[in-house]
Design a binder for this molecule. Structure first.
Ligand code: IMP
Ligand code: MG
Length: 441
């Protein structure tokens, strides 16, 4: 049985939550490997909207084991809030969730120093989600961070916390912000620890044992390839490895345990936060996509910037991830457009670039080379039968496939699990299609 990574092939918000929810019936385990509650995975279940930030969306399926890997930045408060929301929906965590003891904690000083750092950047600000994600990873790399497992020994936790609070207070004081009181944070987090510690374990060990005994694993990425710390549009990126390699380091498994990578891409492009965006549309058409696609951040509620499909960017994402199959989401949002441009190349200093340049100062100066496709202007919303797809839509798909050098394996035509068109020959050998169809009821 194949173990598969599902990740974003653009700047996040491609609809991974729905895709993971759709595919979960074919897997035994769903594992998160990076990011934190900056992510927002929206799933519609029997008409109810559920937004998950930290807990893998596999939790909505009874009997599936969910893992939060060491690569995740873990906020105990966000976690407990999400757990109680899930319980209210009838999804109990029970013993179905394990948090890696090596995941780094997000503590109250992290969002504060993040705000100071963003303000200091002025117009160079990244436009982060202000969840403390970046500063938590900074502490990890500085080797001063506090990990989830440290909550298991409160003396250790207190000592590390005191050192960190002293250090952060210097930054807060300099910015004119009231310093924090370590003992108060300690009291609060010692209490949180007592509610979290039962979920904490050795995720790498459990995962490898389960793979050995035949479990199939779905690795759930957060954000998108173009927000990857190394390969994204640095510095306008998140602070973790959102590309496929992150699954290995973020969970403690070897690459030999992963058989396929499914990129998820929207039929157009969105980006939230600052940074370069060559195919961004200003004006009415962009607004129409924003409204039809309901493109507002699931975590921060910010309106997303909208643009045409950028095949240069998605081809780059597929290359970074070794992904030759993609899931295409939200093409139905384009149903009303008489013409749909697709960016097939970048012109820079009079030449066509051979590949995506991640540098913002280059991306800001490229001229997208578009091919304008005829719109299908027929509602494909909620279509599940490939035989009824309009010819113009098939042409659009073929152009995307050719230009990104990857095949479309699933088309999502609506928010519900059922609004999905599975292309059997592309899914063969990657997932158990029978189980996915059974999950559709
Ligand atoms: P951070 O991850 O909060 O540090 O934010 C860094 C950049 O990543 C900002 O541009 C955010 O808007 C963006 N970002 C972080 N998480 C997501 C996500 O889940 N979807 C889309 N963009 C995100
Ligand atoms: Mg999102």
């Amino acid at each position: 049985m194949a173990n598969v990574i599902v990740l974003g092939a653009q700047w996040g918000d491609e609809g991974k939550g729905k895709v993971v929810d759709l595919l979960t019936p074919a897997f035994d385990i769903v594992a998160r490997y990076q990011g934190g509650h900056n992510a927002g995975h929206t799933v519609y279940l029997e008409g109810r909207k559920i937004v998950l930030h930290l807990i893998p969306s596999g939790i909505l399926h009874p009997g599936k084991l969910c893992l939060i890997g060491n690569g995740v930045a873990f906020d105990p408060l966000a976690f407990l809030e999400e757990a109680s929301q899930l319980e209210a929906h009838g999804s109990l965590l029970g013993d179905r969730l394990v948090i890696s003891r090596s995941a780094h904690l997000i503590l109250p000083y992290h969002p504060l120093v993040e705000r100071i750092s963003e303000e200091r950047k002025g117009k160079m600000m990244i436009g982060t989600t202000n969840r403390g994600i970046g500063p938590s990873y900074e502490d990890k790399a500085a080797r001063t961070g506090i990990r989830v497992g440290d909550l298991g020994d409160l003396d250790v936790f207190r000592e590390k916390l005191e050192a960190n609070v002293a250090e952060k207070n210097a930054i807060l004081r300099q910015a004119g912000i009231e310093p924090l009181v370590a003992s108060a944070i300690y009291e609060k987090y010692a209490d949180l620890a007592s509610r979290i510690i039962r979920y904490v374990g050795d995720v790498s060990f459990i995962l490898n044992e389960r793979i050995r005994s035949g479990s199939a694993v779905l690795f759930e990425g957060a954000q998108g390839a173009l927000l990857d710390l190394d390969h994204g549009t640095y510095p306008y990126v998140t602070s973790s490895s959102s590309t496929a390699g992150g699954a290995c380091t973020g969970l403690g498994i070897g690459p030999t345990k992963i058989q396929a990578v499914l990129g998820v891409a929207k039929a157009y492009t969105t980006r939230v936060g600052s940074g370069p965006f060559p195919t961004e549309i200003s004006g009415e058409k962009g607004k129409l996509i924003l409204e039809r696609g309901n493109e507002f951040g699931a975590t921060t509620g910010r309106p997303r910037r909208c643009g045409w499909f950028d095949a240069v960017a998605v081809a780059y994402a597929c290359r970074l991830n070794g992904s030759d199959k993609i899931v295409l989401t939200k093409p139905d949002i384009l149903d009303v457009f008489p013409e749909i441009p697709v960016c097939l190349g970048y012109m820079y200093k009079g030449e066509i670039l051979r590949s995506f340049p991640p540098e913002p100062y280059i991306l800001d100066k490229v001229t997208p080379q578009y091919r304008t496709m005829k719109g299908w202007q027929t509602p494909i919303h909620r279509t599940t039968d490939s035989r009824t797809l309009p010819v113009a839509f098939r042409d659009y798909i073929r152009l995307l496939e050719d230009s990104i050098e990857a095949k479309v394996a699933i088309i999502s035509t609506g928010v519900g699990r059922k609004d999905s068109l599975l292309i059997d020959e592309e899914l063969e050998g990657i997932v158990d299609i029978g189980k996915i169809r059974a999950g559709l009821g």
